[in-house]
Design a protein around this ligand. Sequence first.
Ligand SMILES: Nc1ncnc2c1ncn2[C@@H]1O[C@H](COP(=O)(O)OP(=O)(O)OP(=O)(O)O)[C@@H](O)[C@H]1O
Length: 358
Amino acid sequence: MHDVMNKIVVGSSKLPFGGKTIVLGGDFRQILPVVPKGGRADIVHAVINSSPLWRRCSVLKLTQNMRLQFSNDIEENKALKDFAKWILDIGDGKIGTSDDGEAIIEIPEDLRVKSSGNHIGDIVEATYPDLIQNMGDYTFFQNHAILIPTLHLVEEVNNYVMSLLPIEEKEYLSCDTIGKCDEDVGIGRRWITTEFLNDIKCSGMPNHRLKFKIGVPVMLLRNIDISSGLCNGTRLIVKELGINFIGAEVVNGPHNGEKAYIPRMKLIPSDSNVAISFQRLQFPLCLCFAMTINKSQGQTLGNVGLYLPRSVFTHGQLYVDVSRVKTRKGLKILALDDSGVSSTSTTNIVYEEVFRII
Ligand SMILES: Nc1ncnc2c1ncn2[C@@H]1O[C@H](COP(=O)(O)OP(=O)(O)OP(=O)(O)O)[C@@H](O)[C@H]1O
């Protein structure tokens, strides 16, 4: 790296990145950059291929899905190839008739979860079969997750699973304080009570009231120590519930099995929907039996339960969901229609204009 950076070519200062070769990796079928309060045009405009730099890039394409586990069985491999093509067709928006980027697609029979009426119970049973018997199995949570479009539905499912576990729970309350700058500009402090701050729930921030049990899976919400694998998105299993720390074991990535002690931290919301600046002293953790589709981007999972009480709402969400698994058997989908009844179809959203400039 030192040699590469020291090699100076005359005139290279006028070239992008000083003439150095930069490798960008990505998949335009996946979820595009999040633009707070932005519409479709803003999102497409924020994609790298809308940048003037894109004209200077040469595109190399990867052709094989390495996540899907191919074997020596010819029949099995053929089925897996068909599944890989189905995933790509969802990503490219080739399934169903598209109406301005939105298409209704049929969910294959073998991927559908049969509903008994208790939708949350059904998706939990399909994703975490024999949950209570498997609780002690360290690898059980390594590979399983329920994916859901929105944060408040994620919380509902996490609370439901917690209520099933016959283990003592421990509650941790945060200490919330208003930011200094809001004090200075004289926002009527009597309106911003502690209870008001405690009620704020936003993405990337733990809630005021956290409840954990020994053995439950949690996700880190901040980078604590990247060299030890403790990053935003790392999943862990709770092993100790102390007063001022939570002991947990990492369950994914190269640091799998390593123990970490997580302290309370001062956290500031980055969500632009929160108009007040405040600070929350809390463990940077949330339960992760279920997680949002956006948070699952980049993960590889053995068993995915896709719960769609409402359909996906932006480009690439359905593709990200169905492409997290290693096998077709590992994917289960429960979609509901507008009246809350189990449905055989769901919506896929693909902004075709992002593929035009590749
Ligand atoms: N060359 C390879 N040989 C075997 N397995 C591989 C190879 N490359 C990737 N994989 C496996 O494929 C899976 C996905 O890899 P990785 O997360 O690096 O891909 P990605 O492009 O970042 O995926 P995505 O963007 O869909 O999240 C991992 O389980 C990884 O172990």
